[in-house]
Design a binder for this molecule. Structure first.
Ligand SMILES: Cc1cc2nc3c(=O)[nH]c(=O)nc-3n(C[C@H](O)[C@H](O)[C@H](O)COP(=O)(O)OP(=O)(O)OC[C@H]3O[C@@H](n4cnc5c(N)ncnc54)[C@H](O)[C@@H]3O)c2cc1C
Length: 450
């Protein structure tokens, strides 16, 4: 384990590839109470905690505020309690392909400068055991709490002050771009304000739209928000024929949309009493637009027409029995019920009816009625418009105001991509925060609207 008090800062430098010299803090024994903080971070979740630790270890005076009494509750409940904290399959040549945003290339800069390998390095140095599941997904072996404790140790190593619970009542910015935050613990001022309040999903553990409202207050644009990585719902009556399949899981091809807005995945699908769920549906939900269909291929990678014609030429069994060699037998039994032509020995079925069966399985089209909403969603699509943020620093066009993590209009696929965005955007911001007394913000390359 590398988190002994003596060497923390150098560990972190190695992790973050910090090239800036550490800023020497004014170590005068008493800091006057009204001295501005170098940075105040609102939101002690994945992105806020990580940013605080790096900024603190760079030598900045950091105050981290959260309205909850606990930190990083979403990390704790993520990945079934084991946090799918990153993904080894993230394509470093094209990291944006795993993310959804109105500005798809925005996330490239941060993701390519702080990669899954960098975060794995940190986790490894903290001696946290982890494992890889399918498609590059990395999970803690023991508990997501290992990650939370790691982030807290890193914040402590950076001398980060934490105020929790602490409610921010109002934010003002003076002519000198010094921000004043009125909180229920008094007023504080800061040169840099980082908003890391996350998305809207799971309000019962503290999600709010505070970050979105603050962006509006400072004239920044927002991309409409909607729940993502969320189960889809279906019309109760229309779903009745499939309700008996509840509990069945199978790999499927799933797709929706067209052109640049098209999403397509091969993942596991789960039939439920009310509709469809499982990774396939969560993934496609982030691309799905209300009123439009989703397409399912229930036997991906199988040439169904050829397999059924072969069965017709060689078998005396019923269609359902033959089909059961290609898809789960419960599905085969339920499927043939919808057409009398399919409820016979396969040798007696016309080629046309077999082709219809193959088409129906490979191109099952359904129109969901909605989603289970923010109560069940893992993420929020949309958020602070990236046209008003620098992709290099995450600073907004309002100088000294930064947005990181899920509050930004960058949403990852299922599989650890959302945490990776939290780490990468936090790192980019923490490394760019100006040194104390420096008013030089000229290095910001803000993507101003064209
Ligand atoms: C059930 C579930 C499972 C998930 N599993 C995974 C997974 O395995 N892998 C993955 O990559 N992603 C997963 N995610 C998504 C992931 O948790 C988020 O994308 C990630 O936590 C975003 O980090 P963040 O720091 O931006 O926001 P958060 O981690 O949500 O942190 C935001 C913080 O801001 C605080 N806050 C909010 N409003 C205010 C306010 N007004 N004042 C002060 N503080 C405020 C909150 O209390 C919270 O501490 C999951 C999400 C859910 C809901």
């Amino acid at each position: 384990m590398s988190h002994g008090t003596g060497n923390r800062s150098s560990d972190f430098k190695q992790l973050g590839r910090i090239t800036h010299p550490r800023i020497e803090r004014d170590e005068s024994p008493v800091t006057p109470p009204d001295t501005p903080w170098d940075v105040v971070i609102v939101g002690a979740g994945a992105a806020g905690l990580f940013c605080a630790g790096i900024a603190g270890q760079r030598g900045l005076r950091v105050l981290l505020l959260d309205h909850s009494d606990k930190v990083a509750e979403k990390i704790r409940i993520s990945g079934g309690g084991r946090a799918n904290f990153s993904n080894r399959d993230l394509d470093l040549q094209a990291p944006h392909k795993h993310f959804i945003s109105a500005n798809p290339h925005f996330c490239r800069s941060a993701l390519s400068r702080y990669t899954p390998a960098d975060f794995v390095g940190l986790v490894t140095r903290h001696g946290i055991p982890f494992h890889e599941k399918h498609k590059g997904q990395l999970f803690c072996d023991r508990s997501a709490d290992d990650l939370v404790q790691m982030l807290l140790r890193e914040a402590d190593a950076g001398g980060v002050q934490r105020w929790q619970p602490c409610k921010v009542i109002a934010v003002r910015c003076g002519a000198d771009t010094l921000y004043t935050l009125d909180t229920d613990r008094g007023s504080v001022s800061t040169r840099s304000l980082v908003v890391a309040t996350g998305g809207l999903s799971i309000p019962k553990i503290g999600a709010t739209d505070w970050g979105h409202r603050l962006a509006k207050q400072f004239g920044l644009r927002l991309v409409d928000t909607r729940p993502g990585l969320v189960p889809l719902t279906f019309d109760g009556e229309g779903w009745a024929p499939y309700a008996s399949l509840a509990g069945m899981a199978l790999p499927v091809g799933i797709s929706t949309g067209a052109g640049a807005a098209r999403g397509a995945f091969v993942e596991d699908l789960l039939f439920t009493h009310r509709g469809l769920s499982g990774p396939a549906v969560l993934q496609i939900s982030s691309y799905w637009k209300p009123g439009t269909p989703i397409q399912l291929d229930l036997a991906p990678g199988t040439d169904l027409p050829a397999a059924l014609l072969h069965a017709k030429a060689t078998s005396r069994r019923r269609v359902a029995n033959e089909l059961a060699a290609l898809v789960p037998s419960r599905l085969a039994d339920a499927w043939v019920q919808s057409d009398a032509d399919w409820q016979r020995p396969v040798a007696e079925v016309s080629n046309k009816a077999l082709q219809r069966l193959a088409d129906r399985l490979a191109r099952w089209e359904l129109v969901p009625t909605g989603t289970e909403g923010y109560r069940k969603a893992e993420v929020t699509l949309g958020g602070v418009d990236t046209r008003d943020l620098s992709s290099r620093t995450l600073e907004s066009k309002q100088p000294g105001l930064y947005f990181i993590g899920e509050v930004v209009d960058v949403t990852g696929w299922l599989g650890g991509y959302n945490f990776q965005w939290a780490w990468s955007s936090a790192h980019a911001c923490a490394m760019a925060l100006p040194a104390p007394q420096s008013n030089d913000r000229s290095s910001s390359s803000i993507n101003r609207p064209t």
